[in-house]
Every structure is written in C-alpha cells, then in structure tokens.
Design a binder for this molecule. Structure first.
Ligand SMILES: Nc1ncnc2c1ncn2[C@@H]1O[C@H](COP(=O)(O)OP(=O)(O)OP(=O)(O)O)[C@@H](O)[C@H]1O
Ligand SMILES: [Mg+2]
Length: 377
C-alpha cells in the first residue's frame, strides 16, 4: 500500500512515523468514543469512552474477561471495533492495522510477549521496520540505537542477545525498547507485572514515571491494586465490557477500586489460621551443579514440610532456574540428594518420576514452557 493511502491522521499535517505532542493544549493524547466490540456470544466492549492525556499514567482495571485487552487491541489496530471512533491529539484517526497504530505512535507490551524467540533483540526491532528485511548493517545500527535508549531509561538489555536466552524481565525491557525505538508516545502495558520480581516492578514504575514526564501517555493494565495506586494518575475500571468509572488515584483506595471492579463489597483480607508444619515432604541435601566450568548450584540444602510454603529469593540468574530444573528432573545434579516423602532420588529423578511422586511445576515462562498453547485442555 502506498504511503499516502496509509496515512491515517485525518486532516493533519503530521507525517506518518513522527508522532507529535498535542497540538492543542487541551485535546487529549488519545480519546476513545463509544467503542463497541462483539465476539460471537459476548459483548467484549460496550459503548466504551475514555481519555488519556499527555504526561499521564492511566490505570485500567477489571476482572478477568472485563474487556481490557480487547479495548487495547482495538487501540493498537489488532482488532477493529464494530462501532465507535478514536481521536489522537484531537484528530479523528482510523486504525486499520498494527503497522498503522505504530506509525501513529501507539505501542503495546502484550500480556504474552510477542518477540520472536530465535532472533536477537535488535533483529526483532528491525522486523517491525520497513523494508521488511533490513540489511545486516541496519541491524548493527539498530543495536547501537537500542543501546542508547537502553542507557537513557535504565532498561538493561543486550541488543545482540537472542530473545530465548533472556529472562522474562529482560524480555519485557526488550519490548519496551522496541516501543521507544519506534517512537511510541502512547504506551500500553497489558499486565506487565505478573511476571516481574518486586525489584523489577520498582524499576519499571520508574521507567513509567520518566516516560510520562517526557509527555508520553501510559495505559497500565493490572490486577494488582497497590501497584496501580502507587504509580497511576487516574484509574479506569471496566466490568462486563463497560467502563464503570474513572477516578483519580490520589485518595482512591483498594476497597473502592475492588468494589467498582466486582460490583459489590469485597473482603480483601482473609484471616486463616497458620497451618501446622508436618513431616518433611521434600528434603534437599548438598545439591551441586556445574555449568560451563562454574558452580551454578553450590551445596544447596533445605527442607519443605507439609503445610509449609517456602520462598526462595534471589536476583534473577543466581541459580533459581537451575534449581527448578534439578528438582523437576530436567537436569541431573552433579552432587547431592533429593528426598521426596522420605524416598531418595539420588541421581535418577526424571520429569516422569517427579510427576509420579506428586510433583507439579508452574514455570517462570508459563506460556512458553507451561502449556502447548495450540492444544486444548
Ligand atoms: N478473539 C476472541 N474471540 C472470542 N471472544 C473473545 C476474544 N477475545 C476476547 N474474547 C472475550 O471477550 C471478553 C473480554 O475479553 P478480554 O480478553 O478483553 O478481557 P480482559 O479484561 O483482558 O481479561 P483478563 O484480565 O483475563 O486478561 C471475554 O469474555 C473473552 O472471552
Ligand atoms: Mg487481558
């Protein structure tokens, strides 16, 4: 399609690919007017109207299935609405596809990451640019541009790293780098914190603030009310496809938001008696594992007793993933012993034996490793 036909910013002199700050002082960066989207048997969005201002962090809340992702997929051109209009900086726009949304400066970090895992970060960014297959020199240039953006916002990712080798936190930073490289000024984050450690969330919230301070607008979808209240300027709550209300975050509390989300009073604190810890269900003795000449697990010992929840804490990359691989039988330890319910599994643990012993694992990358997404339950 020729570029002139591709242009979507109706009646504006702004060329595609160079999103500009608001021209009028009062027009919101993004305005949604009466958006409706129906799937067979379900109205995912019903007459939804909302505004995002430059410099604002807008929280978007709602229970599962409330229609948040659908609405954002409409804004990013992945879905077309059945009815309703969208305005950018006061100008009506028609967002026909994801490329168009990108050219208009709208970008999204999806609930499930969209990077091609076998390619490097820089190659992934190059993929989204024209021409479709940029020469290698372009990838080199993009890598150095990404390094600059990465340093400027404290988003540490090596542009030449293969995505598959990155932790989920780093993958998310790579996605953000991609949006910034595409000069997005409406940035949408669909549940970005479900995979992050508390420290990674603190870092990400700083990035949100920096981006907003530059006059960009951020929409942040989450179920975590405390996180939202700590960073958002306003919160919009959706329920059953409709917007229930928008309130300033200052002065809002978890109870108010939860009640808006669910439509009735919610008890946020559940008092439960502490379970008494019983016999050891899992005993780990002196586990050691070497990889590429370096000890990744060094004499690890602990017990997990019945009725107990044991937390293992550490900065990403300090052996947690390897420990899970050893405990679930995916990798054999060099030394040490694992005892399930009093039965020693010295060096013979397989994933099958782990499952037969009553083990289960929810992996870090649940979509990538936890399920075969193309198969039904
Ligand atoms: N492609 C689709 N086809 C059919 N129905 C869909 C599709 N996408 C979403 N829906 C339905 O639309 C409704 C809204 O879904 P949506 O994913 O927008 O909710 P959500 O608020 O993002 O939920 P969650 O918090 O679980 O991510 C749900 O009932 C969902 O089942
Ligand atoms: Mg969703």
């Amino acid at each position: 399609m020729a570029d002139t036909q591709d242009r979507t910013l109706v009646g504006s002199g702004v060329p595609a690919g160079t999103p500009e700050p608001p021209t009028s002082t009062h027009a919101p960066l993004l305005r949604l007017n009466n958006i409706t989207k129906t799937f067979p048997g379900v109205v995912a969005n019903r007459d939804v109207s909302s505004e995002l201002h430059a410099g604002e962090i807008l929280g978007l809340l709602g229970e599962n299935g409330a229609g948040k992702s659908t609405l954002m997929n409409i804004v990013t051109g992945i879905l077309r609405p059945d009815a309703g209009t969208i305005e950018l900086n006061g100008e009506p726009v028609q967002i026909r596809n994801a490329q168009q949304a990108r050219r208009l400066g709208i970008g999204m970090v999806h609930q499930h990451f969209m990077l091609v895992p076998t390619m490097t970060v820089a190659e992934n960014v190059a993929l989204g640019l024209r021409p479709r297959r940029p020469p290698i020199s372009d990838v080199t240039r993009i890598a150095s541009e990404l390094r600059e953006v990465s340093a400027r916002y404290g988003l540490h990712v090596e542009p030449n790293a293969v995505v598959d080798s990155l932790s989920v936190g780093a993958r998310q930073r790579a996605e953000i780098l991609r949006l910034l490289h595409h000069r997005a000024n409406v940035l949408i984050f669909d549940e970005p914190t479900s995979v992050l450690t508390p420290q990674e969330w603190l870092d990400l919230s700083e990035v949100f603030r920096d981006l907003a301070a530059e006059g960009r607008g951020i929409i942040f979808i989450t179920h975590k009310l405390d996180e939202l209240l700590g960073v958002a300027n306003r919160c919009t709550v959706m329920r059953d496809g409709e917007v229930v209300g928008t309130i300033p975050a200052a002065g809002a509390d978890r109870q108010t938001l939860a009640t808006m989300m669910v439509g009735r009073e919610v008890v946020l604190r559940v008092e439960r008696p502490r379970p008494a810890a019983g016999d050891a269900a899992l005993e780990v003795r002196g586990l050691g594992l070497h990889s590429e000449g370096r000890a990744v697990l060094d004499d690890i010992s602990f017990d997990v007793r019945r009725g107990e929840v044991l937390g293992i804490v550490g900065v990403d990359g300090n052996g947690q993933s390897e420990l899970v691989q050893v405990l679930t039988g995916l990798v054999a330890a060099d030394t040490g012993e694992i005892v399930f319910h009093g039965r020693s599994e010295r060096g013979e643990l397989t994933p099958r034996a782990f499952i037969d012993l009553g083990g289960a694992v929810i992996p870090e990358d649940r979509h990538g490793r936890g399920v075969a997404v193309d198969l039904n339950l």
